[in-house]
Design a protein around this ligand. Structure first.
Ligand code: ADP
Length: 465
């Protein structure tokens, strides 16, 4: 018991440790991938831009330029015609909105990037967001400046110096900043891409390691379960064996000590002159010897079955006749006040039987029905022929067997929820013997029972009529 608990605790702890280690590793990979994500796509975008520079006639903003050139001429006029300050502010806002819309909608850079990413085996579905940082409309005498006031100091920097990007959400990746200049406007904006399915992309990338670690956890779990079940089974068998040895010692000792006491009684001078007492003691010795002999035979036979095949001496018999003989002799022999009722509907069915083994089988069922009873035993023996089979049911009103024990009662040495401190004597071999004999006759035996109500054993045999 102790070692089983230790194995259980050790097994569960190692599985928990394994799961924690795997979760730790996967979380580490996830964090790293997440952090690397933006960097990876920033580098990839830079690569793409320099590739477009070298290989493409367009930077992706040709249409934008065309539309804005036309629009800016008209926008300058509109701004000049504003009557007061509020009209001017509203007109500036309209111009800024229009520029933003055209930039976002009419650019082809996102399509070019998307195809480049796809060719390189990266994710290609992203959203684009373009943020205008500075916009100046230029006319002959006036330069009208639009854009984010806070950012107005962030003018394009000379050379390749990178300007500070405006505050953006964490998932946005800045691809580049652009300067656009024409007769009527000067524009500076940032181009961002945003992967809304970043989680899924990373999940896909780590799917391999995630799958492997799940499989390894599952495998270890299954191995642990199998080992634990084997251990439990081994422990159950070892307990059964210990119980069997204790029960057998008890079972053998009881008739032996009765015989010893009876022998001593016979030696007493006052008994030797009493014929009636001598006869009674001799009968007692005889009965106990028969019992002892039966026990030893059963143990020997079962151990013989382990090594050799069942040797049946079968012959075709009228099953009803055989049943009547066995039940009658049980009633007159060890019936122990049991009321036994029979109801047969065999229709003269014939069965190929080893009558001696079959007698032991039925006797075991009947004597169990008597033995495992806490009141006056009432036993119903039913039998009927059905197509190709014979069905025999032995029902009692005894203590019954619970569901878990029902699964094991036919196992060797099994005694229901008990051990050597059983109220009812036995070796746990009777039903094993019944099952073996039934199977040797190409039949089977099953049990149905309700604790406190009684049990029914159903025996099925081939009908050889
Ligand atoms: P034994 O009677 O020697 O213990 P068996 O193999 O005949 O061994 O029976 C196995 C167990 O099944 C018994 O220990 C008993 O708990 C249970 N059992 C068998 N027959 C009955 C019955 N008719 N009613 C209740 N319990 C039974």
């Amino acid at each position: 018991m102790k070692s089983k608990n230790t194995v259980l605790i050790l097994g569960i702890s190692s599985i928990l440790i394994l799961i924690s280690v795997q979760v730790f590793i996967i979380a580490g990979i996830w964090k790293q991938k997440n952090e690397m994500f933006a960097l990876q796509y920033t580098i990839l975008s830079k690569e793409a831009l320099s590739y477009f520079n070298r290989r493409m006639p367009s930077d992706g903003f040709d249409t934008v330029r065309y539309i804005l050139r036309k629009y800016s001429e008209q926008a300058v006029k509109e701004l000049h015609s504003a009557k007061d300050q509020s009209e001017l502010i509203s007109a500036k806002k309209d111009v800024l909105d229009y520029f933003t819309t055209v930039l976002n909608k009419e650019q082809d850079l996102s399509y070019m990037l998307s195809s480049y990413f796809e060719r390189r085996g990266f994710a290609k579905n992203f959203n684009v967001s373009i943020t205008i940082n500075n916009l100046e409309l230029i006319s002959n005498d006036t330069i009208v400046v639009y854009g984010n006031e806070d950012l107005s100091n962030r003018m394009p920097l000379p050379g390749n110096q990178r300007p500070l990007a405006p505050e953006i959400s964490r998932s946005k990746i800045m691809v580049n900043w652009f300067n656009m200049e024409d007769n009527n406007y000067r524009l500076f904006f940032f181009y961002f891409i945003d992967f809304s399915n970043q989680r899924n992309i990373i999940l896909k990338e780590i799917a391999g390691s995630l799958g492997l670690s799940t499989i390894s956890i599952l495998l270890v779990g299954i191995m642990f379960l199998i080992t634990f079940r084997n251990l439990k089974e081994e422990q159950r068998l070892s307990n059964l064996k210990t119980d069997f040895i204790n029960n057998m010692t008890h079972e053998l000792k009881t008739p032996l000590s009765t015989i010893t006491v009876a022998g001593k009684t016979l030696e007493m001078p006052q008994i030797r002159n009493n014929d009636a007492k001598i006869l009674e003691t001799a009968k007692l010795i005889g009965k106990q010897s028969v019992h002892l002999n039966q026990l030893i035979n059963m143990i020997l036979e079962i151990s013989m079955w382990e090594r050799t095949q069942f040797q049946l001496d079968k012959r075709i018999v009228d099953i009803e006749e055989v049943m009547n003989d066995i039940v009658d002799s049980f009633k007159s022999g060890g019936g122990n006040n049991a009321s036994i009722y029979t109801k047969y509907n065999f229709n003269g069915a014939k069965v190929d039987l080893d009558v001696i083994y079959f007698t032991t089988l039925l006797n075991n069922l009947l004597s169990n029905a008597v033995k495992y009873s806490d009141k006056e035993p009432v036993i119903d023996v039913e039998g009927f022929a059905e197509n190709n089979t014979i069905c025999i049911k032995v029902s009692d009103n005894g203590i019954g067997i619970n569901k878990i024990d029902q699964k094991h009662v036919f196992d060797k040495f099994y005694r229901a929820s008990t051990g050597n401190i059983h109220k009812f004597k036995g070796l746990g071999l009777g039903l094993y013997y019944v099952k073996k004999i039934a199977e040797a006759h190409e039949g089977d035996v099953t049990v149905s029972s309700k604790p406190g109500k009684g049990s029914t054993f159903t025996l099925i045999l081939p009908n050889n009529s």
